[in-house]
Design a protein around this ligand. Structure first.
Ligand code: ATP
Length: 242
């Protein structure tokens, strides 16, 4: 059974749809990147997949829960959502943040041993990269069936981004279905199996990462803005299937 399904999904914030008739299927063990420029509707799509936003029309569903399920029910069914705001409790310690997760704190520290020495610091005092490791480690320790991650790479150095994306890939290898929202197309394509490109809330392109990587300059020129070049991101390859 597919882990994530969207069918003709329209969603938004009251006026017209921001996400417009999007179809998406993600299988267990698969990473699908959602690409698009600022305001293309990527975060809105993720919120609709997570059950935070109800569809205006169409459907979204994750494995183990109904299409009308909200965020809490989808989380109980094994979905983990990492929002753009970094999903950590700033005033709690790293250890307390991990205790609040679904999985074992020890498992999160195995995934990101970089956090061990910071266990007793408040999350708000960590660097951006450490906070993102905390958010991702806590999510992955719960062995989610579905991981929805928004802009993991935002504001982080390439080395850290590689580190985070490598763990996303490893989670997929353990069977997690991943939807990865990214503005940095080359980076996302280096870890994803497939990708869709949104423009104005509509899916204007989709395909296997290897195909889209070959057309990266064209995609960036037509659909993305402020993207990095293919040449720059070659070094960021984290070993996705070709
Ligand atoms: P970014 O990379 O900048 O986050 P995005 O592709 O994720 O862009 P969204 O955040 O989904 O795009 O925004 C799509 C459109 O929806 C934008 O026009 C934005 O202004 C609008 N929007 C986003 N959040 C809200 C909200 N809470 N209320 C009303 N409109 C919103």
């Amino acid at each position: 059974m597919s882990a994530v399904v969207a069918e003709a999904l329209c969603a938004g914030y009251g006026a017209g749809p921001v996400v417009d008739a999007v179809d998406l299927v993600v299988e267990p063990g698969e990473v699908v990147a959602v690409l698009g420029a600022n305001g293309a509707g990527k975060s809105t799509l993720l919120l609709a997949l997570a059950g935070v936003l109800s569809p205006m029309s169409g459907r979204s569903r994750i494995v183990g829960s109904s299409e009308t399920a909200g965020l809490a029910a989808r989380a109980r069914a094994g979905m983990s959502l990492i929002t753009e705001e970094r999903s950590v409790f700033q005033r709690l310690t790293v250890a307390d943040n991990l205790r609040l997760g679904r999985g074992r704190a020890e498992r999160a520290l195995e995934i990101f041993p970089e956090l061990v020495e910071h266990q007793h610091r408040r999350a708000g005092h960590l660097s951006g990269g450490q906070q993102q490791m905390l958010a991702l480690g806590r999510a992955l320790a719960g062995m989610p069936r579905v991981l929805l991650a928004d802009e993991l790479s935002l504001g982080l150095a390439p080395k850290l981004v590689r580190r985070l994306l490598a763990e996303v890939r490893a989670a997929a290898q353990r069977g997690t279905a991943v939807v990865l929202v990214e503005q940095q197309a080359a980076r996302a394509l280096s870890v994803a199996d497939r990708a869709i490109v949104l423009r104005g809330g509509r899916c204007v392109m989709d395909g296997r990462s290897s195909e889209l990587r070959d057309r990266l300059s064209e995609i960036e020129a037509m659909y993305l803005s402020g993207g990095t070049t293919a040449a720059h991101d070659e070094e960021d390859d984290v070993g996705a299937p070709r």
